[in-house]
Design a protein around this ligand. Structure first.
Ligand SMILES: [Zn+2]
Length: 1104
């Protein structure tokens, strides 16, 4: 009950106001409620009502802040409501309330809903209840209810739910009363507990008495009933009830009937309402089954197809498509096992984790689908008990490290220096005295000076035996791929049509490439060479724009998929390539494309011709793993010119992709290459990426059941007859390419350049992991010079820990070429630093076409905390190098690991900041005591000013829990490198700067690598106290830092959300099949959506 305060006047209200006088009278009556005369009350309220209805001024007075007019009216309503239930005055009084949204808000905030509900209850006790009163009360509640977040709960606790339901049951023919009651019921039903209780009370059946086939009468009743029904069916209990009572075919019948008769589309909302009911029923497995049994797929497919020409019917098509996708029976991925088709025996199997699981999986267990997939529809009677409130609080930011001890430098003395001392040999420059060198001129070392270390050709060659027979196979492979009618065949044939790229690609050499391939060890023992890697890639000079998405593409593709179910006879289902079969059939009947990917970095496992020009492609898992597919690289031949080919990669795993935001696939045409255009070009139309109907085993989905794979689809017409074309996820860069490139770089060495190539270690697969040292030779052997030489700060760079992120290698290529360049900047840079570079941290992964892992089946960028020397040798030894440096007090000034990012645009960095991490959490108490140098922001800030592709806005310096074992975080915490970064380059393109609207190419990536070097030079000037004075103008960087620092404190800048915005077309990549749509684990997964691709731990469950 309201306590009635003395009437207070708003200052703006003139005291002689008539309405105030009347309100005053009312208030007195309320106080003496028991004695009051109903007739007087009625008269007064009638007068107030009249004033309110006729004078805007009066309305304002009553509603104005500080006025208690509304309270008085409510109090009157309450008091008299008890006393004169049947009084017609209620009617009048009530009408005081409605009005604009704000007035309803005031009414609610003053407790009006409760009073109305009370009146409903007390009114219901009369027999028979006053129809007029109930009509008025429900009309009011229909307006007030949606504004009151607690409405559903209040109505239930108060008992009004049943009153309304009984009223409905007794007045089914009384449309005047029915409408407001239904409107109130719709609001009740949005509360999940109410929905269950109403369902038990027979409200579903009640709704079906109102909802019927096409009729022009009472459409508003119909609309509200459908909405109410839709709300009720969100409860799984109700959905099951609807299935049990065979309501699914009824709904389908009603939908078709409206579809047929509503020819002028006047009642789209009713049709959408019916679909809404079906959509909710099909959230449960039983519902999906009932839908299929009732021929729902065909019905919705046909009606949707008929709706297609009318754009305004899109909401119907989209909802239908959503329902069909959910109900589409789950298919089995067409594989015998999801384990990689190739196997590499590990020296020892880790004790736990996904690899151990893989090794311990009993023989004969089907890992492609889950047996239990079909009965996991566990439902409880009460659905969700927690009501409106305590939902959306948790989702965000739960990955931020909050343990302050994990953010402080780690005090480790775990490795005695004796153990690290063996790494001294990788740092000869730190003790080099150059006594053997003759400096006959202060500017250059004598050409007689021996190279500081053995030539890399030699070191790399010693790894491997000469593969005589392989070489032969190689030649044969080349011949096999040789193009018909393009020059003579035979041993020397190749040379005839190798494009001469020496001028355009001075650092590429096809012959040298083939030499390098011979010593590269792959698990499948590849003997073929892919043409693009052999010929090389000359970046095109034309611009490649980010594709604008064509309206309706996704829908069209999905409908084509649904057609497979509806017209199964149209499907060829012809396997044309299959690595799981020993002989891997290559069908050559002229009717099908020929596929191949048995070359370095290739990873196509199977190709199935679905329709004449449509192919389903399955990618191979990473070796010793049963998932991680996204990267692809394969060859196609036997195409028909001008035919509209569609390719579907059907076992992608990520929940979204830049393929939905304008990224195209890369294609390399051999015909183009031999015509003088050897290059990868962005290609493909009708590209989209969406959740498909191939079920994904929980074994490969981090234990989650009921998940699906994703399809990446693109269409393509070929321009050349007898062409051989290659498709790739991104510009390939193989391990053999790296080896070739390093040799060519060696040739760039001048007497001023100190360059050394060491072999850091051997990988599990028997490939060597190169380590480069680049700096400037000292100008002379004088003590000063030698001292300057040895004491240059170190910069430590690495890249390509993730094999699928080939862009990282292209950035590294840019860095290396800049460092070996002859520009004055390059020279200054070499004089400023000693560069230690591991250009490929995961050679085995690259060679074998993995997307993310090494041969150990693990993500190497999750092993930095305690890498195993046997299982993760490249990480173990790289970390040891850094530990050695820390031990001799020479920890690098900058550490940066290059990566690629599949979901964001631009190039950006992740760094580590204790303060910024703490700012994002609630442990503010400690934050004021933390002191931190802002230096970690300088390098990215410089890059944002100098590198066109770089975007400061995308950078983040927060330490996440899921990243604690990444290079960036471990080097920061354990080695104590303040400027420890991950640099992420987009796979797609840029949405800012000079390259805005363009897809990224190798030229831009290489430029990024070069700009990184330039930025290091500026950093040098800023960090050297002596130089600082001479470069005062650069101090603006520091002031910029302060500015950005202020921005950072806002929690929303922690990491950008998936920065992509929605399109005109409502794109729905992930129609859920198992769960409620708002329960989509992908959508809720912060790692999937907002974190760095390279570092994000998509399968963290499986890693625990
Ligand atoms: Zn990565």
């Amino acid at each position: 009950m309201l306590s009635i305060k003395p009437l207070s006047l708003s200052p703006s209200v003139p005291s002689n106001s008539r309405v105030l006088m009347l309100l005053g009278q009312l208030e007195r009556l309320n106080r003496e409620a028991m004695l009051a005369d109903a007739e007087i009350g009625r008269q007064i309220t009638a007068k107030i009502l009249h004033l309110i209805q006729t004078q805007e001024k009066t309305r304002k007075e009553i509603m104005s802040k500080g006025s208690s007019g509304m309270e008085v009216i409510l109090a009157t309503l309450e008091v008299t409501g008890y006393l004169y239930i049947c009084g017609s005055c209620v009617n009048d009084r009530c009408v005081c309330v409605p009005g604009g949204g704000r007035r309803v808000g005031v009414f609610v905030s003053k407790g009006g809903t409760g009073i109305l509900l009370q009146l409903v209850l007390s009114g219901s006790k009369e027999s028979p209840p006053s129809e007029e009163l109930m009509l008025q009360l429900h009309s009011l509640l229909a307006k007030v209810g949606p504004k009151d977040r607690k409405f559903g709960v209040k109505a239930r606790l108060n008992g009004a739910l049943n009153v309304t339901v009984n009223l409905l049951k007794q007045n089914l023919q009384n449309h005047k009363l029915l409408l407001p009651c239904l409107q109130v019921l719709r609001v009740y039903s949005s509360n999940s507990v109410n929905a269950v209780s109403l369902g038990k009370n027979g409200v579903l059946e009640l709704m079906f008495k109102i909802i019927g086939p096409y009729s022009k009468k009472n459409t508003s009743l119909l609309k509200v009933s459908l909405d109410t029904l839709g709300a009720l069916l969100k409860s799984k209990t109700n959905a099951r009830r609807a299935v049990d009572r065979a309501h699914v075919p009824v709904l389908l019948y009603i939908y078709q009937d409206w579809h047929r008769n509503d020819t002028r589309h006047r009642h789209m909302l009713i049709r959408k309402g019916v679909l809404g009911c079906l959509k909710n029923i099909t959230n449960i497995k039983l519902g999906r089954k009932a839908f299929i049994d009732a021929d729902g797929m065909r019905i919705l497919y046909n009606t949707s197809t008929e709706c297609l020409p009318v754009r305004t019917l899109d909401p119907l098509i989209n909802t239908s498509s959503l329902i069909m996708r959910k109900c589409f029976p789950k298919n089995r991925l067409p594989l015998p096992t999801i384990k990689s088709v190739f196997h590499h025996q590990l020296p020892h199997v880790p004790a736990g984790g996904p690899v151990a699981q893989l090794y311990n999986q009993p023989l004969g267990v089907d890992d492609v689908v889950d047996e239990s997939d079909d009965n996991d529809d566990v439902e409880t009677e009460n659905d969700t008990e927690n009501e409106e409130e305590d939902k959306d609080h948790h989702a965000r930011n739960d990955d931020i490290e909050t343990d302050i001890n994990k953010l402080r430098p780690k005090e480790t003395h775990s490795r005695p220096f004796e153990e690290l001392k063996i790494y001294e040999r990788f740092f000869l420059e730190l003790s080099e005295d150059f006594q053997r060198f003759i400096f006959d001129n202060p500017k250059s070392a004598s050409p007689l000076a021996p190279a500081p270390t053995p030539a890399p050709v030699h070191t790399l060659d010693t790894i491997n035996i000469t593969k005589d027979h392989d070489e032969q196979e190689l030649v044969q492979g080349m011949e096999r791929m040789a193009l018909e009618g393009t020059g003579p065949q035979g041993g020397a044939g190749a040379e005839e049509w190798v494009p001469d790229t020496a001028l355009l690609l001075p650092l590429h050499d096809p012959d040298l490439y083939v030499e390098m391939v011979k010593s590269t060890r792959s698990v499948p023992q590849y003997s073929e060479v892919a043409y693009p890697d052999y010929f090389g890639h000359v970046a095109p000079t034309f611009r490649e724009h980010i594709l604008e998405r064509v309206y309706g593409v996704q829908r069209t593709k999905i409908f084509q998929d649904i057609e497979r179910l509806i017209h199964p006879n149209d499907i060829l289902d012809k396997v044309v390539y299959d690595l799981d079969i020993q002989s891997c059939p290559v069908i050559d009947d002229g009717e099908s494309l020929k596929f191949n990917s048995q070359f370095e970095s290739g990873n196509l496992r199977k190709a199935i011709q679905a329709r004449k020009f449509e192919y389903d492609l399955v990618l191979n898992s990473d070796i010793n793993s049963n998932h991680y597919h996204q990267w692809f690289y394969f060859e196609v031949s036997g195409m028909r010119v001008g035919a509209p080919y569609r390719f579907n990669i059907i076992n992608c795993e990520k929940s979204n992709s830049q393929f939905n935001y304008g990224m195209q696939v890369l294609m390399y045409s051999v015909q183009e290459a031999i015509s003088g255009r050897p290059r990868w070009v962005r290609t493909g139309t009708d590209i989209c990426y969406y959740k498909n109907h191939f079920s994904r085993s929980s074994i490969a989905a981090g234990g989650q059941k009921g998940k699906s794979y994703y399809t990446m689809t693109f269409s393509m017409t070929f321009n050349h007859k007898d062409d051989v074309c290659y498709f790739a996820y991104h510009y390939p860069y193989t391990y053999s390419t790296l080896k070739m490139h390093l040799q060519k770089l060696e040739a760039l060495r001048t007497p001023q350049i100190y360059m050394r190539q060491d072999i850091l270690c051997e990988t599990l697969g028997g490939n060597s992991c190169p380590l480069l040292t680049i700096t400037a030779m000292p100008e002379s052997t004088s003590n000063d010079q030698i001292c300057q030489f040895r004491n240059r700060p170190l910069v430590f760079l690495s890249s390509r820990v993730h094999p699928g992120e080939t862009n990282a290698s292209w950035v590294m290529k840019g860095t290396l070429e800049f460092l070996m360049g002859s520009s004055p900047l390059a020279h200054s840079l070499r004089e400023a630093y000693i560069f230690k570079i591991v250009p490929m941290l995961n050679p085995d992964g690259v060679v074998n076409g993995n997307h993310r892992c090494s041969l150990s089946g693990e993500d190497l960028n999750r092993q930095w905390q305690s890498p195993s020397p046997e299982l993760h040798p490249t990480i173990y030894h790289t970390k040891s190098l850094l530990q050695y440096l820390a031990a001799i007090q020479r920890a690098p000034l900058v550490f940066c690991d290059y990566h690629g990012h599949s979901r964001k645009k631009n190039v950006f960095m992740y760094g580590c900041s204790l303060k910024e991490t703490v700012w994002q959490t609630n442990i503010s108490a400690t934050s004021c005591e933390l002191h931190e140098d802002l230096g970690y922001r300088t390098l990215p800030k410089i890059l944002s000013q100098t590198a066109p592709a770089f975007s400061m806005a995308s950078c983040s310096f927060v330490v996440e829990r899921s990243k604690e074992a990444t290079a960036r975080v471990v080097v920061w915490r354990e080695i104590g490198v303040q400027r420890s970064y991950t640099m992420e380059s987009t796979l797609c393109g840029c949405d800012q700067g000079k390259y805005k609207g363009l897809q990224i190419g190798t030229r831009e990536l290489e430029e990024m690598g070069a700009q990184f070097c330039v930025a290091l030079l500026r950093l040098k000037r800023l960090t050297s106290p002596l130089e600082l004075r001479n470069h005062a103008h650069l101090l603006d960087v520091e002031s910029d830092l302060i500015e950005t620092r202020c921005k950072v404190s806002s929690p929303s800048t922690y990491v950008l959300e998936d920065e992509e915005h929605s399109f005109m077309e409502e794109v729905d990549y992930s129609a859920e099949s198992g769960d409620e749509p708002d329960n989509d684990p992908d959508a809720a997964d912060p790692h999937d959506n907002r974190l760095s691709d390279s570092e994000s731990n998509n399968h963290r469950d499986s890693l625990t």
